[in-house]
Design a binder for this molecule. Structure first.
Ligand code: ZN
Ligand code: ZN
Length: 411
């Protein structure tokens, strides 16, 4: 039997190093994970350098590599991918930025880079879209609010560069910085000028917006400044369907990942209740995954919470969240005719509190795989599996071969 459907599940940052708090085990090894272990015992396992040995991946570059879009050819910065994930349709050449709603005091100093982790900023975004006018500079723009304090900006028009600084002082109690071109190129100057004017006008609108007046009354930090960063020019991505002859969807609460999926032409399926954190509704996400597998050939799903625990250095919480993920994956055991790939996009060791280059565990389970002797899904056990040590860019060719969609090389 040949699988017709593919589920590619990325457990973001689940991979780790030995943790003191767990008697020298990794959170994944310390967690009780009967479902993942069963999938490992029924599949072929290995470890994977998502980019290359010794290269510390970002979630963006690693997901591009996993989908078969080498980041050295396709990655142009985080901003345009975040903008795509936030709901701005980015076309090649548009400049995208990630934004934060932030708070400044009466002296113009940044007092909260996340405006008290404000949420429900859609009315602010609408006022900015209606009120800001950059036409005098020959510039158009798109602006969308995202989850929590996040938002995205894109500039439209001709002759923009993407080498510009940010206005984010990166510290509280500091003054926001004017955005500067990082070269003598007039294209970068044009972008910097447009950004500074956008910030000036949006700050005026935010200062008098009823939502902020109300927040001030309630003693909450107003969202009266936009911090914008991560400038990048949207690249041109050949579509996933053209490339692999597969229809596909992406399911991820993280806008960076849904943006990457959308950039390559996967349909983004939003799932209410999923947050990209440890409080996410994992059952709702898995239900959406199963529904999408009915409709599409390929589903990319990302579960983010373990990465967050790694960034916070919380080994016990990371282990516990992994156990919650494992419980949510139970329905996958019944999908015996689907090719299931489970891996991490990078390690996020609690001892490092950031991503590391340690290879990640990977399992492929489904029709046709040569089942190896690995019966536990963790960093150490998977290293003994039949896939041995592969790179992120190897995964799509392996998948295509297993579903009989790869082209023969030679006669
Ligand atoms: Zn990641
Ligand atoms: Zn991370």
């Amino acid at each position: 039997m040949i699988a017709e459907k593919v589920l590619f599940l990325v457990l973001d940052g689940i991979s780790d190093r030995p943790c003191e708090a767990l008697d020298g085990q990794t959170p994944l090894a310390a967690a009780r994970t009967p479902v993942l272990d069963r999938l490992a015992s029924e599949g072929v396992c290995g470890i994977m350098d998502t980019i290359a040995p010794g290269i510390r991946p970002g979630s963006d570059t690693s997901h591009l590599a996993l989908l078969g879009y080498p980041p050295q050819d396709y990655y142009t910065g985080r901003g345009p991918l975040e903008a795509e994930g936030t709901g701005i349709h980015m076309t090649a050449g548009m400049i995208g930025f990630r934004c934060n709603f932030a708070t400044t005091d009466e002296n113009g100093l940044v007092t909260d880079r996340r405006a008290g982790r404000i949420s429900g900023t859609a009315p602010l975004a609408r006022a900015i879209r209606e009120g800001v006018d950059l036409s005098a500079l020959g510039v158009g723009f798109r602006f969308e609010s995202g989850a929590g304090h996040r938002a995205a900006l894109a500039l439209t028009g001709e002759g923009f560069g993407d080498a510009v600084s940010s206005n984010d002082p990166k510290a509280e109690g500091a003054r926001p910085i004017a955005i500067r071109p990082l070269s003598d190129d007039p294209a970068d100057e044009k972008t910097a000028r447009a950004c500074n004017e956008f910030i000036r006008q949006s700050t005026e609108i935010l200062a008098r917006h009823p939502l902020n007046v109300q927040r001030a009354k309630e003693g909450l930090p107003p969202a009266n400044l936009l911090l914008i960063r991560g400038a990048g020019k949207m690249g041109a991505f050949p579509s996933f369907r053209e490339r692999y002859d597969l229809s596909g969807s992406v399911i991820s609460a993280a806008t960076l990942i849904s943006g990457i999926g959308k950039a390559v032409g996967l349909e983004h399926i939003p799932v209410p209740g999923t947050t990209g954190s440890a409080d996410s509704d994992l059952d709702a996400k898995m239900k959406a995954v199963l529904d999408e597998l009915e409709r599409k050939d390929f589903v990319l799903a990302n579960i983010k919470g373990a990465d967050e625990a790694g960034h916070d250095g919380k080994a016990v919480e990371k282990r516990d969240f992994i156990e919650a993920i494992d419980a949510a994956l139970e329905p996958l055991l019944a999908l015996t005719d689907t090719l299931i790939i489970i891996c991490a996009d990078h390690s996020t060791p609690c001892s490092v509190m950031d991503h590391s280059a340690d290879p990640v565990p990977v399992v492929i389970r489904g029709p046709g795989v040569r089942i190896d002797r690995v019966d536990r899904f963790d960093e150490i056990s998977c290293a003994e599996g039949g896939l041995n040590r592969i790179r992120g860019r190897d995964i799509m060719p392996i998948i295509l071969d297993l579903i009989n969609k790869s082209h023969k090389y030679g006669a």
